[in-house]
Design a protein around this ligand. Sequence first.
Ligand SMILES: Cc1cc2nc3c(=O)[nH]c(=O)nc-3n(C[C@H](O)[C@H](O)[C@H](O)COP(=O)(O)O)c2cc1C
Length: 225
Amino acid sequence: MTSTAPLALSDILENRRSCRAFLPKSLSDDELRKLLAPSLRAPSNCNTQPWYLHIASGDVLERLRKRLPEDFAAGRMTLDFPYDGKYVDIFKDRQYASAQALYGAMGIARDDRDARQAAFMRNFTFFDAPHVGFFYLPEGFSEREACDLGMFSQSVMLLLEAAGLASCPQTALGFLSDSIREELSVPQNQRLMFGLSFGYPDLEAPANRCTTDRDEANELIALHR
Ligand SMILES: Cc1cc2nc3c(=O)[nH]c(=O)nc-3n(C[C@H](O)[C@H](O)[C@H](O)COP(=O)(O)O)c2cc1C
């Protein structure tokens, strides 16, 4: 998130952080297309390229920025994919640690429910980002092709990072799939997996001081001979 100089891929991976405060500086459509085109080189099962990326900017984005907090507050939630992962044991611990890292960086106490809720609601105003991408999986595909979508979206995030921009992937945006579909006129046979707010990072913002750990490589990558 900090450098605009050409970097090794390992540095780009190391530097990328989820960004939750952006500067009001946007890219033109031409710049967006040029920057993101290489992401389409992501691999996919049988080269099916099972992904659609809809990017909202300008007036469309401002309409979403007004509408999504209202729709969420009014309980108008719709998900194209169920939110039914089992966050238990070590996965629960990691989830807890990531929330603590974020709220700690923002100076929000563990028991301050109002402040935590306000921080969560910033998902729906895209942390003030000037652009938001929405990643869709075509109908008829499931976990296997969702992996392809993940590889595509990581490619997008790394290209942004390499260009000095930053992003935040957001499951929260998938909670309002009908609202987003309506505003962007997305066909019914595309199903929303998650959103990605992006733009230039506000490096002074407390939310962007959040850093997260990773478990040791030898815990997660098993080598067999
Ligand atoms: C698919 C996906 C969905 C996520 N959803 C959210 C979200 O809704 N809101 C949010 O603030 N962060 C979200 N995150 C960001 C994660 O919390 C973050 O990636 C994790 O804590 C690791 O931190 P890092 O990205 O800074 O390395 C999401 C990340 C991914 C990959």
